[in-house]
Design a protein around this ligand. Structure first.
Ligand code: NAP
Length: 215
């Protein structure tokens, strides 16, 4: 698959490296072409270029820039993103006196904002739940269980593309409904990050009823 990545930082490198190792054709796109080249060379990506180059390259396009800037950047690329699967891994969080809080207080998820900014794109929420260090694992497996990657998507093609992005790096796709539910993934990431900072273990918080001796 052809994958364009908007961003040259930690998430771009971690997921771009995993997808490159899985045989996908990854193009790193950045506003700084030197950084785009450096990141692409570091992970042996197929190519590098501008944000527009990466948007136009991908069957899938990963948005790996800060949430606060993402709607404007994606809106500016809307014509290049039309018809493509646009994967939003951003976490719209802002520091407050109560800790990191969601910065989407009007109730519209960041993924929903990207869908409004680029109406022809097939926006998906995915890959936002884990720290960059987890995406750097080959593969991310814990106690012999592959990492589950929750995603929210509406478009049938985008669902298939997302499942491929997830399974090709050794993870298990976990469908969580349509894009209207993307805010739940963003809120859950905010919750999990707060728990990490408090020294807690999110993996211990969510056992399914099936794991109880009396389900
Ligand atoms: N780090 C994590 O553990 C993690 C986990 C899950 C999700 N996420 C999400 O993934 C996204 C990227 O995080 P990261 O850790 O990869 O961040 P990062 O290492 O700081 O990289 C951010 C990238 O965004 C680019 N950027 C910043 N403002 C921009 C703008 N206005 N236009 C175009 N590009 C811009 C930066 O370019 P320059 O180098 O030119 O500044 C850089 O390439 C964030 O939304 C974050 O919430 C992060």
């Amino acid at each position: 698959m052809r994958i364009g990545i908007l961003g040259t930082g930690g998430m771009a490198a971690a997921l771009g490296s995993a997808w490159t190792a899985a045989g996908h054709h990854v193009m790193i796109g950045g506003r700084d072409r030197v950084r785009a080249r450096q990141t692409a060379e570091r992970i042996s990506a197929s190519g590098h270029g501008t944000l527009t180059d990466a948007a136009g390259h991908g069957d899938a396009v990963l948005v790996a820039i800060p949430a606060a800037q993402a709607p404007a950047v994606v809106g500016g690329l809307a014509e290049h993103l039309a018809g493509r699967t646009v994967v939003d891994c951003t976490n719209p969080l802002a520091p407050t006196g109560e800790g990191l809080m969601l910065a989407t207080s009007d109730g519209t998820s960041l993924a929903g904002r990207l869908a409004m900014a680029a109406p022809g794109a097939h926006v998906v929420k995915a890959f936002n739940m884990c720290h960059v260090s987890i995406w750097s694992m080959r593969p991310p497996v814990f106690e012999d269980v592959a990492l589950s990657v929750p995603y929210c998507a509406d478009h049938p093609t985008a669902i298939v593309v997302t499942q491929t992005l997830i399974s090709s790096i050794g993870c298990t796709p976990a469908p969580c409904g349509g894009l209207a539910r993307a805010g739940y993934l963003e809120a859950t990431a905010a919750f999990a990050i707060g728990l990490w900072f408090a020294g807690g273990q999110p993996r211990a918080v969510f056992p399914s009823p099936a794991e109880s001796p009396q389900p």
